[in-house]
Design a protein around this ligand. Structure first.
Ligand code: PEP
Length: 248
């Protein structure tokens, strides 16, 4: 079983003082959580600052997006080599908020994931269905297609993480049943056979309204190798309690 990963996606939240305080508290208390790897993904403006807070600690640093190109005329964008230069080890790509807010297709997501891997980062590729797609019985087909089209062929367990995030569960307080999570994670594991070497070692995270109260049961589902956490990652107590649910 791969080592679990508990990843915090801070989204567009936090000014310098908040970012420093949150990262610093997570670093100070990280050792007490036991087994899982901890990752914080602050907004781009805070990456440099948070890099200083986590340096020399077991807490890894990641970003929330990168451009498919390594450099060039792309005003306002940030490349994967720039993130690596700041100390990032991970970058989230294809989050549903980017797919919907910025019209990112799976082809664009794959290009971003490839850029991340070229720069020596692990890409956290997000997939997941909307509520209407689930109601129409299209979850399996949709997630399988997203995996085939968003995950670069030839990925390795060291440079790829997949996050299953049902769009309807993000920030809503609603979560799929344990059986629904198990079904989709099993499907993703099978689909990874065609995209990654050592597919059994690629970590597959569940994301969508994970909280201390539901973490234990979600993290115990087969093929759930950790969590991608939005809202609850902004409170050190909640983030660390979720991490503690893996270890115990
Ligand atoms: C997310 O956006 O990645 C996420 C999982 O958000 P939340 O935990 O707030 O549902």
């Amino acid at each position: 079983m791969p080592r679990s990963l508990i990843a915090g996606n801070w989204k567009m939240n936090g000014l310098s003082a908040d970012g420093w305080a949150l990262a610093d508290e997570i670093v100070r208390r990280a050792a007490a959580t036991g087994g899982p790897e901890l990752l914080v993904c602050p907004p781009a403006t805070l990456i440099g600052l948070v890099a200083e807070a986590v340096v020399g600690s077991p807490v890894a640093l990641g970003a929330q997006d990168c451009h498919p190109d390594d450099s060039g005329a792309h005003t306002g964008d940030i490349s994967a080599p720039m993130l690596a230069d700041l100390g990032c080890r991970y970058v989230i790509v294809g989050h549903s908020e980017r797919r919907s807010d910025h019209g990112e297709t799976s082809a664009v997501v794959a290009a971003k994931a490839k850029a991340a891997q070229r720069a020596g980062l692990a890409a956290i590729v997000c997939v997941g269905e909307t509520w209407s797609e689930r109601e129409a019985g299209r979850t399996a087909e949709l997630v399988a297609t997203q995996i085939r089209e968003s995950v670069p062929g030839g990925s390795a367990a060291a440079n790829l993480v997949v996050a299953y995030e049902p769009v309807w569960a993000i920030g809503s307080g609603r979560t799929p049943t344990v059986a629904q999570v198990a079904e989709v994670h099993g499907l993703i594991r099978r689909e990874l056979g065609g995209r990654a070497s050592e597919p059994g070692n690629v970590r597959i995270l569940y994301g969508g309204s994970v909280k201390p109260a539901n973490a234990r049961e979600l993290l115990a589902v087969p093929h759930v190798n950790g969590a991608l956490i939005g809202g609850a990652s902004l409170k050190a107590d909640d983030f660390l309690a979720i991490a503690g649910a893996v270890a115990s």
